[in-house]
Design a protein around this ligand. Structure first.
Ligand SMILES: O=C(CO)COP(=O)(O)O
Length: 146
């Protein structure tokens, strides 16, 4: 199998962050976003359909709206990753229930791993990652190229 080469990439101090939550985890994301609002507002935010409504309405955080997850939102985030326009993924998944678009979820998480995107799938991981000193400065990592 052909392997990818890794090419250096730099994240700026203002990160591009995608926020996603499955329906049963919207309350968790809401609570986490409220707690982390001051940190989040320094960055550029993207969110899928329902998640964006929760974030904008409750906390007045401006986010770039993507499609709802079941209608292609996860794949849109994957495309943003492939376009080298995403630095960070916060995705509160429901581990107990498979959504109808589970294949899309798997692709998104696979892409986050492959593209070396920090991905937090629960509030504690998100807390540790958003409070990292690396969030406030440029960071040199790598991304895959064939
Ligand atoms: O289903 C999702 C991610 O897989 C999230 O989609 P919504 O934000 O539209 O609920």
């Amino acid at each position: 199998m052909k392997r990818c080469r890794k090419t250096e990439a730099t994240m700026e101090s203002s990160k591009k962050i995608a926020l996603v939550a499955h329906l049963s985890k919207n309350a968790d994301l809401q609570a986490w976003a409220k707690y982390s609002r001051d940190l989040l507002e320094r960055h550029t935010l993207f969110a899928t359909g329902t998640t964006v409504q929760v974030s904008e309405l409750e906390f007045r955080i401006t986010v770039h709206r993507l499609m709802s997850g079941p209608l292609g939102g996860d794949r849109q985030i994957g495309a943003i990753i492939a376009g080298e326009e995403l630095d960070f993924l916060i995705f509160f998944r429901d581990p107990l229930e498979l959504p109808p678009h589970d294949p899309d979820v798997k692709v998104l998480l696979r892409m986050a791993v492959e593209w070396n995107i920090p991905a937090a799938c629960n509030p504690a991981s998100a807390d540790f990652m958003i409070s990292s000193p690396l969030m406030e400065r440029t960071f040199s990592g790598w991304y895959p190229t064939i």
